[in-house]
Design a protein around this ligand. Structure first.
Ligand SMILES: Nc1ncnc2c1ncn2[C@@H]1O[C@H](COP(=O)(O)OP(=O)(O)OP(=O)(O)O)[C@@H](O)[C@H]1O
Ligand SMILES: [Mg+2]
Length: 395
């Protein structure tokens, strides 16, 4: 929760660090105190947005600690979560009566309960989503598209950039953001000709309180020809090595709260970072090339994703004839892979590479080419399908 501070109070330093790490991942700023008295001083001086504490101190009775917080104007309304070593129902009752909002016993399942308690306390406070198209996101969350492929060079980044641009053109009032998550080196910035400093590494390095949906709306580049906002990828392996990967999930969450479409280029990575994003996605455009080895690898990827609980209806297969006209047909590819190919993009010879080299979108450079027509119908269909799936999921 960017901009919110939690005071963690526990006499055990290891417990404090453990909780601090969990909360930092959710973008909270952290204060720590190792005793009851130290905690009271910090609570009144720093006025955190939440106090998470183990009500068992050696220097002050636990109920007195809670009473003191509740009787002081600076902390009378501060949410208090007891994260308690004492599991007894009597202690729990006493703490709740004294004014604690939530009482979680340190036992298995405690962290899940902590996340749920945070949701109850801060849940409604998502960053501004002003400017959303009416009816666009029933959940108030932007639609998430995760572009991926089983093999390099299949055209994932080119298709991601061009389809995102087409979606933005078809929905001029919507906010579209493309995030290049291909590590260690992204390529969308190169395709669209962005040479600025703003990228995933700079965003992930910001202090938690500066990260917000507004930050991205104001600071991300929006190249004129491409229209969408871009969160560019890392531009060298050294930079990628310094990336705070635990920030990626929260950054995507922030973007979804402020943009109508969040379009990720995951390239050919299936990792601990990309899998949760794929699992959350409304639509998973999976780019397939026509050669047998790519098609076989795509089957392996799809088998894995389906084992991970991905529903076939969320997969949007795109057959891209990036390598030329020769190769498997749509029907042959579908039979091997086991999911339907929704659209086939024609081979454009050197024109595609030329457009990329000139940093121009295909539909702008070759508006009459069949590929442009396919981009337009595909973009329309993807949005329609994602909205239907979102409505059906009841989310
Ligand atoms: N339909 C097509 N017709 C002709 N050329 C294409 C087509 N699709 C992609 N290309 C070309 O293929 C090349 C690779 O595309 P791109 O970089 O988008 O692939 P990628 O899957 O993102 O690769 P990487 O593994 O490097 O991330 C580019 O030069 C692009 O211009
Ligand atoms: Mg790529």
């Amino acid at each position: 929760m960017p901009g919110k501070t939690v005071l963690i109070v526990d006499e055990n330093q290891a417990t404090r660090s453990y909780l601090a790490n969990i909360l930092r991942e959710r973008l909270f700023d952290i204060l720590e105190a190792g005793s009851g008295k130290e905690a009271l001083i910090s609570a009144w001086r720093d006025q955190p947005d939440l106090i998470l504490f183990d009500p068992s101190f050696s220097d002050i009775p636990d109920l007195e600690f809670i009473h003191k917080l509740r009787q002081n104007a600076r902390t009378e309304k501060t949410p208090l979560i007891a994260f308690a070593s004492d599991p007894s129902p009597a202690h729990r009752e006493a703490c709740l009566k004294a004014g604690v909002n939530e009482y979680i016993v340190k036992a298995s399942g405690a962290i899940l309960q902590l996340h749920q308690a945070l949701e109850r306390i801060f849940g409604g406070e998502t960053p501004a989503s002003a400017g959303s198209e009416a009816g666009q996101s029933p959940r108030g969350k932007g639609l998430l598209f995760t572009f991926l492929s089983a093999k390099g060079g299949t055209g994932t980044s080119s298709l991601c950039a061009n389809l995102a641009m087409t979606i933005q053109e078809q929905h001029p009032d919507a906010r579209v953001v493309v995030v290049d998550l291909v590590l260690p080196i992204g390529s969308i910035a190169q395709i669209i000709g962005y040479e600025g400093e703003q990228n995933l590494l700079t965003a992930a390095s910001l202090p938690a309180r500066e990260l917000s949906g507004d930050y991205f709306i104001k600071n991300l580049p929006q190249p004129e020809l491409w229209k969408f906002h871009l969160l560019a990828g890392c531009y060298d392996p050294h930079q990628a090595g310094n990336l705070r990967v635990e920030r990626i999930g929260p950054i995507v969450d922030l973007l979804r709260a402020s943009f109508d479409f969040v379009i990720l280029d995951l390239g050919r990575s299936l990792s601990r970072i990309s899998l949760p994003l794929i699992q959350q996605a409304d639509l998973i455009p999976l780019i397939v090339a026509t050669d047998l080895s790519t098609v076989r690898l795509t089957k392996t990827v799809w088998d894995y994703l389906s084992e991970q609980g991905i529903d076939v209806q969320n997969v949007y297969g795109i057959l891209n004839r990036a390598v030329g006209l020769e190769g498997l047909t749509k029907a042959e590819a579908e039979q091997i892979i086991g999911f339907p190919i929704k659209t086939t993009l024609p081979y454009m010879g050197s024109n595609f590479t030329l457009a990329n080299n000139l940093n121009q979108p295909i539909i702008a450079k070759y508006p009459k080419d069949t590929a442009s027509i396919v981009f337009k119908t595909t973009a329309e269909e993807m949005v329609k399908l994602a909205r239907q799936l979102r409505a059906r999921s009841g989310a």
